[in-house]
Design a protein around this ligand. Structure first.
Ligand SMILES: Nc1nc2c(ncn2[C@@H]2O[C@H](COP(=O)(O)OP(=O)(O)O)[C@@H](O)[C@H]2O)c(=O)[nH]1
Ligand SMILES: [Mg+2]
Length: 365
């Protein structure tokens, strides 16, 4: 336990952390966007992430022979968009794109502009994807629906929906959106976000327009994706045999350092001790016993690899997130020379745990 505390205060280089970061990056939840050029793929990414500089090619990196990947957020990625550029090639082979997409949480989004009935390339790709068989979650996004009269909208959307379903051999859920109404507004975006959240719960965490209760909360929102990224790394560490036990405390330590740095407060033994004590006298000990439990689970052969490591990953993800959330509150007030009551700290920790449970489960499958 002494060692664990020392690690919290001054994280040292730990090769296991790098393994966890690499694993997390390989298995990022992926939204695979299939659609013709001009269908609205970049507009969708822009809308979901709030990244206004997603232009054609901008921010994308070559991923497979036929696709580009856009990871969001850039520095601490939580989600990957895969944009297939080879779609119009005569012999487009989706195998590689399927492999990249199907690694962890994933969904295939078919983007079809309502006014565009010519969907041959999309249909050919979809046939091959169906035949390959590993993509399970799929959603059709009909775009630019409000650029047409109501009658035309119904007809064109129905036409595209039917030709895609006929190819897939089954009903496919769909949403109708318009990313750019004439008055500068949008249509259908909250429905789109709800549907996407059902496919990949992490998406709900990117709520750009959320109203904030106060400055502290607004400050946390700016750091939230970073905290989630560390939580994801902690969960990933637990998914690699024999890495989690050592790496998780180091990842949490690195997170606390980074947060303290951004709040402009000194992070030393005293600050760390003060922060931990606000979470209750049982917290540090509870942490130690959690480690003990993990160790125990991992020592059970065969069983530990599957059931055991899955639940340890959820615990690591959720507790890292909750520690990060609570630390942000502590650090915000510390930076202003204020103190927070232990009750408020414990409440925010517990709320954060409860709020992130579902995401933790889906992210650590
Ligand atoms: N009005 C309107 N324009 C759209 C919509 N979706 C895309 N566009 C426009 O169509 C063009 C191509 O969109 P883009 O997102 O770059 O398509 P991509 O090639 O699939 O990435 C751009 O000029 C967009 O502004 C939509 O829902 N409504
Ligand atoms: Mg584009």
């Amino acid at each position: 336990m002494f060692d664990a505390i020392k690690k919290f205060i001054s994280p040292s280089a730990n090769p296991d952390i790098e393994k966890a970061f690499a694993y997390q990056n390989t298995y990022l939840p992926t939204l695979w966007l299939l659609g013709k050029t001009g269908a609205g793929k970049s507009s969708l990414i822009q809308t979901i992430t709030g990244d206004s500089d997603v232009e054609v090619g901008n921010g994308f990196e070559p991923c497979t022979m036929t696709s580009h990947a856009y990871s969001y957020p850039k520095a601490t990625p939580l989600l990957r968009f895969l944009d297939t550029r080879g779609l119009s090639e005569a012999n487009y082979d989706p195998t590689e794109d399927i492999d990249v997409s199907a690694q962890q949480g994933h969904a295939l989004l078919i983007i079809a502009k309502a006014e565009e009935p010519e969907q041959r390339d999309v249909i050919n790709a979809l046939k091959k994807i169906k035949k390959q068989g590993s993509i399970k979650q799929i959603l059709i996004v009909h775009t630019a629906v409000k650029q047409l009269s109501v009658d035309e909208q119904i007809k064109t959307v129905q036409y595209n929906q039917q030709q895609l379903e006929k190819t897939w051999g089954n009903e496919i859920p769909y949403v109708e959106v318009d990313f750019e109404l004439a008055n500068g507004d949008t249509f259908g975006i909250s429905t789109l976000k709800d549907q996407l959240t059902e496919l990949l719960p992490i998406i709900q965490q990117f709520n750009n327009e959320q109203q904030h209760a106060g400055t502290e909360s607004a400050n946390f929102q700016k750091l939230k994706t970073e905290v989630l990224w560390y939580a994801g790394s902690a969960g990933a560490a637990d998914a690699i045999p024999a890495v989690g036990l050592v790496a998780v405390p180091s990842i949490q330590a690195k997170m606390l350092h980074s947060l303290a740095n951004q709040y402009g407060i000194t992070w030393d033994k005293r600050a760390f001790g003060e922060f931990i004590s606000t979470l209750g006298s049982g917290f540090a000990l509870q942490y130690a016993s959690k480690l003990g439990i993990r160790q125990l689970v991992k020592l059970i052969p065969a069983y530990g690899q599957t059931v055991g490591s899955a639940s340890a990953a959820v615990i690591s993800f959720a507790s890292t997130y909750a520690i990060g959330r609570a630390a942000c509150k502590y650090m915000y007030h510390k930076s202003k020379g204020e103190t927070v009551s232990n009750k408020d700290m414990q409440d925010i920790y517990k709320d954060a745990l409860a709020n992130i449970k579902e995401v933790a489960k889906s992210e650590t499958r």
